[in-house]
Write a protein that binds this ligand. Structure first.
Ligand SMILES: Nc1nc2c([nH]c(=O)n2[C@H]2C[C@H](O)[C@@H](COP(=O)(O)OP(=O)(O)OP(=O)(O)O)O2)c(=O)[nH]1
Length: 315
């Protein structure tokens, strides 16, 4: 088993939500590429202390508050790294390249993954995704009331919506999706269609969400190249399949007991974090959760929370 190099990495943003990136010198490993500031944890050092030290050395700032974003294991062939990435929520000082390295500030949507080391792809995806995913609730058979509730959720700040309406016919689903897409576009939110990918091939959307049987039946990643694609998973086999297909995110459920699936055994946070930790993709926690569980979810390695009841506004 090769030694794992534990690297502390910071995602630090300005008031406009742009993230600071720095250029690696040409002569080092992954040289000439852009990276998120950070460096190797020293022996005997805690991760929090390592993050503070690296960002003070490289950017001249003092970290005041941070939270986990994602952990990425990556095997480069000649070395195996664990990128332990934290979002820096508060810091003192003005970031500058203390080691003479060029800095840039980029919105996550403008980051070109090819300009970063291969291990950084899931970090860029995690930065692009919000911490809350709304899965739409009932009742899509009354489209006006349904869309009014969706509008309320968007007004309240939801920025990622999964349109789940299995009871609708293909044509009713297509009309609802078109109206939901327009609402989401207006608010800068992303709409994911949870439906057979072939059936929704021509419907406007920002991405696709796959039910777990669809995930297991597909041989390749579905959709267009710019679709955000994720899947519902309930066990490590399904999570591994989401990684094999190169999906952008997964949902893992049920974390807690839920009214919609009373027969399913809840995973609990311990199994959630054990299963998610080795995976190079952001995973939302789902099942019996509300926005109040967000901090606990993030501390257990989640991208955030996905919820139906917990986020769908009351009628
Ligand atoms: N900081 C950082 N390192 C990354 C990223 N992506 C990525 O693959 N790495 C890899 C490259 C290196 O193999 C390793 C970081 O090691 P480093 O050489 O930058 O660490 P360091 O600052 O402690 O450097 P040194 O004192 O050993 O010279 O992690 C990233 O986004 N940020």
């Amino acid at each position: 088993m090769p030694e794992i190099i534990h690297v502390m990495v910071g995602a630090l943003s300005d008031a406009r939500g742009r993230i600071v990136v720095s250029k690696r010198p040409d002569h080092v490993h992954q040289g000439g590429l852009w990276e998120f500031p950070g460096g190797k944890l020293e022996s005997g050092e805690s991760p929090a202390a390592g993050l503070k030290r690296e960002l003070a050395e490289e950017l001249g700032i003092q970290v005041r508050a941070s939270r986990p974003l994602i952990r990425v294991h990556h095997d480069y062939g000649d070395r195996h790294v664990l990128l332990d990435v934290h979002r820096v929520d508060d810091y003192a000082g003005i970031p500058h390249g203390r080691e003479g390295q060029p800095l840039d500030w980029l919105t996550p949507g403008d980051m070109d993954p090819a300009a970063f080391p291969a291990a950084d792809r899931p970090i860029i995806t995690a930065l692009r995704l919000p911490t809350l995913m709304l899965i739409t609730g009932e009742d899509p058979r009354q489209p006006e009331a349904f869309l009014a509730r969706l509008r309320d959720a968007l007004d309240a700040g939801v920025r990622l919506v999964q349109l789940r309406a299995h009871d609708l016919s293909a044509s009713d689903y297509a009309s609802l999706a078109q109206a939901a897409f327009e609402l989401c576009e207006r608010q800068g939110a992303q709409l994911l269609l949870n439906r057979d990918p072939a059936e929704v091939a021509h419907i406007a959307r920002h991405g696709l969400h796959l039910a777990s049987p669809t995930l297991m039946a597909l041989a390749t990643r579905p959709g267009r190249s710019n679709d955000l694609v994720g899947a519902s998973c309930h066990d490590p086999r399904q999570l591994a399949r989401a990684v094999e297909l190169g999906l952008d995110y997964a949902l893992l459920s049920p974390v807690k007991p839920t009214a919609t699936h009373p027969e399913a055994d809840p995973l609990g946070w311990r199994a959630f974090s054990d299963w998610v930790d080795p995976l190079p993709l952001p995973v939302y926690a789902l099942g019996g959760l509300t926005a109040d569980d967000l901090n606990e979810a993030v501390q257990h390695g989640a991208q955030g929370i996905a919820a139906i009841r917990g986020l769908w506004p009351a009628s």
